[in-house]
Design a protein around this ligand. Structure first.
Ligand code: PEP
Ligand code: MG
Length: 892
């Protein structure tokens, strides 16, 4: 765009401009505004990066703007970039709107050349060692990040120089050694690039900036964005900052600090300091850092100033901040700050503390925690008090804590598990053939792949603990080696799917104190539980969505109620027919005479009634939605293959059994190619006379019985898989007759409604609402039929590939597809309510407990979500967050 401003001085920006200036730039500008000691500098916007990436060159006007800002910087600093006598040096750093650790490109000391290196030494009071050290760092970083020279060549050359000198660390190299190293580095540079290391400071700066722009599309950055679902078109800003030096001697240094402990949330002084060093040394772990508190002794003045700045920053950002700073000859400089990352427990503690301190409101506290964090706190954890040996660290891909014997093939996993052993399946990466082993294992560990790899997706789907991408593992045959340790098949290891850590040996597991609290168990004094209590209390007071649970037994219902469920949104009655009762249902489905059918129904009635009595009792006073039976038929029929083989074998032996042959005929008749699209739900009810009637009678009789005991049962009868209003009308008529007859004058009231889970039902919701007291969205089937994805097959079969290709960022079975399936829900909600304004709307598919989806259901105006008992607290929290979420930049 002509005339667009692409460059901002630090004094021109502020923290609200993150999208334009990137997080780092916006915060540097904010600190400058606050009057903190930030070295002068400027920021090239993300929009300049977008333009560069679209065309391959800088947009019109950018170069001139940079020149202007550079000239201003030179005036402020009283030095010229790369001047031979008294050079200004700058750092060039990337900084996107979202923190992207997979991408950070940094080049320090830009402006040093063969000429200005002497000027720098003079400026530093004749410190030649410092000047040559800075120059070798520039060539190394510039070569690596700007020109793709393999980094090892530089680090190997540095190692050799140290070895030649018999030195253990780089501080023992003197000016002459470093000068020789610069020559060596320059040769390495020229060998790889085909040209000499650039001696024009402005050219160095231009090349470094363009490298930062391009780094946005580097493979690791693209992968990271895909994993974290960061949009691909944001671009990165470039920060140009005048250099201050932490490597000028013992009165200089560099460090990082947190305003609170990011692990526990406790207040205090947390951080590390490294004297006589530049920032990258801290990160690279070249020398051992000292605790920040030691700075009090080393440089009391800077220490006091730093503490004052930290307090000021925390007060200003009203949150935990992390900080990078440098001390140059006793003068403190702030190089970065941002609202710091934290563990799940710290997020709750800090939010509650800040409320107590009057720094933020309860609404803000609620925005600052998430359902995903709460879910993490609800998993059992390793008890690390014995300090177990960490073998390596990968990506925590599916939370939980598991110990077991290492096995290296799916077959072996299944074998050992069948013998009762706990196993951890270790694979370079997994593929669909590993599925049986993954099911058998307690945990999964892979050397390759990120959060969307096959291993991660499948493990999350089945709730297995998984650590993936532990890339230091070298797996060969039935052993792996990592950091000099070898683990062979049968050795016990432990994997932590939350932190990604892998331990040698078995680590004891601690139950979650948060779950104990939800369960109502006695919990010892715990600041975490107090924080969860405060924030959950506010979520409950704020949310508009009610939260129910999916439960089929009194026990599950009671547990969910303790977890805060306000009723049952889905009781899947087909789950009540497993085990011993399966045979009764089989008899019912296959019965060829009316009397056989009636016998089967009569046997089922009392069993069902007892089930409902349990359920209504556990949820006394709260609504209980009972769904009429919806089994995919094949789950209730004997296996066609097995029967066919039995009959054939018997025939061969001349031992034919007429009953079995008849059964085979019946099973063949009912066999379906696509049971999920076959005779299930309301279709089954309309085809098998008396089936739904038996269930409705059992529900109503159970309710009348409990009302007689003085309880307040509130049943809601739900019809599954309706696609046309006529189906619902027919079932409703039958239900109403039975209900009227059984209820009589007991005072029991029963609603009759339907699931909306077939796309046609969503699209004809206006008609269906005429016959329904409520709708409950069955988002599992709605996703299955909306996308045409078989819900039992696709996630393990090919979703990992779809995720890799970016077709979607998360499985649509896990988080609602707002654009497609979500649209069907919106249409049905609007058209249903237009016909019947009091229509109650809920959701009972898996999405009811997914944080992102809960926000969507809030937005479309549903009355409740229903989810499995364990996810009830997460849904309560997210429903509260949905109610207070605004455009506020604090929410994350
Ligand atoms: C659904 O389809 O979303 C649903 C809740 O029903 P089920 O999972 O039992 O098919
Ligand atoms: Mg369904």
């Amino acid at each position: 765009m002509a005339g667009e401003k692409y460059v901002y001085d630090f004094s021109e920006g502020h923290k609200g401009l993150k999208e334009l200036l990137g997080g780092k730039g916006a915060n540097l500008a904010e600190m400058t505004r606050l009057g903190l000691p930030v070295p002068a500098g400027f920021i090239v916007t993300t929009r300049a990066c977008q333009a560069y990436l679209a065309t391959g060159h800088n947009p019109d006007g950018l170069d001139a703007e940079i020149d202007e800002h550079l000239a201003a910087l030179e005036r402020t600093m009283g030095r010229r970039l790369g001047d031979a006598e008294d050079p200004l040096l700058v750092s060039v750093r990337s900084g996107a709107a979202f923190s992207m650790p997979g991408m950070m490109e940094t080049v320090l000391n830009v402006g040093l050349t063969d000429a200005s290196v002497t000027g720098l030494a003079a400026q530093a009071g004749g410190n030649e060692r410092f000047a040559w050290d800075s120059y070798r760092r520039l060539i190394q970083m510039f070569g690596k990040t700007v020109c793709d020279v393999p980094g090892e060549e530089f680090s190997d050359a540095l190692e050799e120089a140290k070895k030649a000198k018999g030195a253990t660390d780089d501080l023992h190299l003197d000016a002459a050694d470093l000068r020789a190293l610069v020559d060596r580095f320059k040769r390495i540079f020229a060998k790889h690039t085909g040209y000499d290391f650039p001696q024009d400071p402005r050219e160095q700066m231009r090349l470094a900036m363009e490298a930062v722009f391009r780094s946005w599309n580097a493979e690791r950055a693209v992968l990271y964005r895909r994993q974290e679902r960061i949009p691909a078109d944001l671009g990165t800003a470039v920060n140009v900052c005048s250099m201050v030096f932490g490597n000028l001697g013992a009165d200089s240094g560099t460090g990082v600090a947190f305003t609170r402990d990011p692990a526990s949330g406790s207040q205090g002084i947390y951080g590390d300091y490294l004297s006589n060093a530049q920032g990258e040394d801290v990160v690279a772990g070249i020398r051992n850092t000292v605790p920040l508190e030691d700075l009090k002794r080393l440089d009391p003045k800077s220490y006091e100033e730093l503490l004052a700045i930290m307090a000021k920053l925390e007060g200003h950002y009203r949150d935990l901040c992390d900080i990078e700073f440098t001390i140059e000859r006793g003068k403190l400089w702030m190089l970065q700050t941002r609202v710091g990352k934290r563990t799940a427990a710290a997020a709750f503690r800090i939010a509650a503390q800040l409320v107590d301190e009057g720094m933020i409101t309860l609404d803000e506290a609620l925005r600052r925690v998430s359902g995903a964090q709460l879910a993490q706190l609800m998993f059992p954890r390793f008890d690390l008090s014995a300090d177990p040996a960490v073998l390596t660290k990968g990506i925590g891909a599916s939370p939980g804590a598991a110990s077991g014997r290492a096995v290296f093939s799916a077959a072996r996993a299944a074998e050992l598990a069948a013998e009762g052993e706990d196993v951890i399946l270790v694979r370079r990466e997994t593929n669909p053939e590993d599925l049986a082993g993954m099911i058998a294992a307690r945990g999964i560990l892979t050397a390759r792949g990120g959060k969307t790899s096959h291993a991660a997706v499948v493990a999350r789907g089945m709730g297995r603990t998984c650590v993936c991408g532990a890339d230091q593992l070298e797996i060969s045959g039935t052993r792996f080696t990592v950091n000099g340790q070898t683990v062979a098949e049968g050795d016990v290891i432990s994997v932590d799917g939350t932190t990604g850590r892998v331990y040698l040996g078995s680590v004891p597991v601690r139950p979650s104190e948060v779950v104990q609290y939800f369960e109502g168990d006695m919990v010892e004094e715990s600041t975490l539980v107090d924080a969860v209590h405060t924030i959950m209390g506010h979520a409950d007071a704020t949310r508009r969505l009610a939260v129910r649970t999916n439960a089929d037994t009194g026990e599950d219902a009671a547990r969910a109620r303790r977890f805060g469920a306000e009723g049952i949104g889905l009781c899947r009655t087909e789950h009540m027919f497993l085990g011993d009762r399966k045979e009764l249902v089989e008899r019912l489905i296959l019965s060829s005479t009316e009397s056989a059918r009636n016998d089967a129904l009569a046997a089922l009635l009392p069993l069902q009634r007892a089930d409902f009595v349990d359920l209504f009792r556990a949820m006394d006073g709260l609504p209980v939605t009972v769904r009429l039976i919806d089994p995919p038929l094949h789950e209730f029929l004997p296996s066609l293959e097995e029967l066919a083989v039995n009959v054939a074998v018997a025939r061969e032996r001349g031992e034919e059994n007429a009953e079995e042959a008849q059964l085979l005929d019946a099973v063949r008749r009912m066999h379906e190619q696509n049971p999920m699209l076959g005779l299930r739900g309301v279709r089954l009810g309309l085809v098998i006379p008396g089936l739904f009637a038996m269930q409705v009678r059992a529900i109503t009789e159970a309710a009348v019985q409990l009302a007689g005991e003085g309880l307040n049962p509130r049943p809601e009868i739900m019809v599954p898989l309706v696609g046309a209003v006529q189906e619902l009308e027919m079932v409703r008529q039958e239900c109403e007759q039975i209900v009227a007859e059984v209820v009589a004058d007991s005072g029991v009231e029963i609603l009759i409604g339907t699931m909306i889970e077939v796309p046609r039902a969503a699209l004809t919701a206006g008609q269906i609402a005429e016959a329904a007291d409520f709708f409950s969205f069955g988002t599992n089937d709605l996703t299955q039929m909306g996308w045409g994805f078989s819900r039992d097959d696709v996630e393990g079969a090919f979703f990992w590939r779809y995720l890799e290709l970016g077709i979607f960022g998360i499985s649509p079975f896990e988080s609602i597809d707002r654009d497609g399936v979500g649209r069907l829900i919106r249409i049905a909600a609007e058209e249903g309510r237009a016909v019947r304004p009091e229509l109650k709307l809920g959701v009972c598919g898996e999405h009811g407990g997914d944080p992102e989806s809960v926000h969507f259901f809030h937005e479309v105006g549903l009355d409740y979500v229903s989810c499995s008992p364990f996810r009830v607290p997460v849904a309560r929290l997210e429903a509260g967050r949905a109610a207070v979420t605004s455009e506020d930049s604090d929410s994350r």
